[in-house]
Ligand binder design. Structure first.
Ligand SMILES: [Zn+2]
Length: 258
């Protein structure tokens, strides 16, 4: 039997896990009968790495479905399934688990329509851990083997307080946009989830971008165990706090602004 082992560790698989979690894909009843659950991806998983057991799936859904910039399907999902899930929780669940210290605000779209949003601090570490699981799963699906190495991640929808991290995120976004050696966009339900791998760079780093609801992006770098440690003069200057300019795709990104 093939794929006997877990997508994340070397334990024997006991079930199959949806990547991304199935709850991100709307049920037909919530989206006027449309089918957004075509050929969902599953990978073999051990008990420990089955995310259903940690309630991470629901956490992820609550965290990202309603992000500003998502498409209409994400909005519908946040008004139906997400809303039902929140109503089942205790009153301060959102504040405690999903978005800390949030406030209600109103945003105005370009067309002048007003809509309510929550502003606050997302549970960043848990979000990153959820996206990491998905990244490992997608890697397994794409290459038929478990990824062995280090995964690094930047979330495109977060406003980082640290200026350098924020600039780095903008730069990574641009780098993914101008990188031409991509392997093409994949995903059978692109309105909900799509992903794109990039050929390894000179350090052996494999890039991937995952997009949810056409607006929520997670940028992933897979660094295989045996690859060279990426060394980049600009990056070490950056870490040393020296004002640094890096150019990507004709745009200049400035770090350690004085
Ligand atoms: Zn496992």
């Amino acid at each position: 039997m093939e794929n006997k082992f877990c997508y994340k560790c070397d334990k024997v698989a006991t079930s199959r896990e949806h990547v991304p979690p199935i709850c991100l894909f709307p049920e037909a009843k919530d989206v006027m009968g449309l089918n957004f659950r075509k050929d969902l991806i599953t990978v073999p998983s051990c008990d420990e790495h089955n995310s259903k057991k940690s309630h991470d799936d629901e956490f992820l859904m609550l965290s990202i479905a309603g992000i500003v910039g998502n498409n209409l399907v994400g909005y519908l999902q946040s008004q139906t399934k997400v809303d039902r899930a929140i109503r089942r929780k205790c009153k301060d669940f959102l504040n405690k688990e999903v978005i800390k210290n949030y406030t209600h605000q109103t945003l105005k779209s370009k067309s002048g329509r007003k809509y309510p949003v929550l502003y606050g601090n997302p549970n960043y570490d848990r979000l990153v851990s959820c996206f990491e699981h998905i990244a490992y799963g997608i890697y397994f699906h794409e290459f038929g083997e478990r990824f062995n190495g280090i995964v690094k991640m930047l979330l495109g929808f977060i406003s980082y307080n640290d200026k350098n991290t924020q600039t780095m995120t903008e730069m990574v976004k641009e780098k993914f946009r101008v990188d031409e050696i991509s392997k093409g966009i994949k995903g059978e339900n692109p309105a909900i989830f799509k992903y794109q791998f990039f050929e390894p760079d000179q350090f052996g780093l494999i890039g991937m971008v995952m997009t949810f609801y056409e607006g929520t992006e997670a940028f992933v770098a897979f660094q295989p165990k045996n690859s060279k440690e990426p060394f980049d003069l600009s990056l070490s200057l950056l870490n040393a706090g020296i004002p640094t300019f890096i150019e990507v795709g004709g745009k200049t990104f400035e770090f350690n602004k004085k």
